[in-house]
Design a protein. Structure first.
Length: 202
């Protein structure tokens, strides 16, 4: 049987359509072959601005726009993108721009095979009055430590916080200023090493 055609006199498939197709029902492809789309695909978007453009009219910020799962449709969820832009890997409830939940093994690995080059992991802010911090938070033991770069470039180390706490000046224990001076118990070391505090100093 020759192929059927709509809008073209030379069908090259079982069904060839030249023009737009409007569909209100469900489209099901049950074959094992590949499906090919020459242009952009819009899901919830009538004019896709990319190869795949997903949009949702839902108002809830946590509405999932895109989900990747293993196996069948009810398989284990691997990744989700929400309407508010939050991305979850290993979690279905990401509360930040990127949230990764791993039950075993390394959470992340940064690797480079470029010989002779530094391999920076860079955290950047464009605000002159903002500090940049790295927080180590153990919610099980309710303990938090961390380090941060102050707006002027000093590097400080903070301990003694509880889970969910922020890196404040009150929790600062050690500071390295722009001259390389180290202060323990002081935020203004005027020499290579300054230790301040009550009791014995070794």
């Amino acid at each position: 049987m020759a192929g059927s055609f709509i809008g073209t006199a030379v069908p090259d498939q079982k069904l060839t359509v030249s023009g737009n197709i409007s569909q209100t029902g469900v489209f099901i492809s049950s074959g094992t072959g590949n499906n090919y789309f020459a242009g952009g695909v819009g899901i919830g978007a009538t004019q896709p601005a990319a190869t795949l453009h997903v949009s949702s009219a839902a108002t809830a910020a946590t509405t999932p726009l895109f989900i990747v799962s293993s196996g069948t449709a009810t398989g284990q969820e691997l990744l989700r993108v929400q309407k508010d832009g939050n991305v979850g890997i290993g979690t279905a409830t990401p509360a930040t721009k990127l949230e990764v939940d791993q039950t075993a093994g390394d959470v992340a690995l940064f690797y480079s095979n470029q010989a002779g080059n530094d391999v920076p992991v860079r955290f950047r802010t464009n605000q002159s009055d903002s500090s940049i911090g790295l927080v180590l938070d153990n919610s099980n033991t309710n303990k938090v430590s961390g380090m941060r770069m102050q707006p002027a470039g000093e590097l400080t180390f903070n301990t003694g916080l509880t889970s969910g706490g922020t890196l404040s000046n009150a929790s600062e224990k050690v500071r390295i200023d722009n001259a390389g001076n180290v202060g323990i118990g002081t935020t203004n070391p005027g020499a290579a090493l300054v230790v301040a505090g009550s009791g014995s100093v070794v």
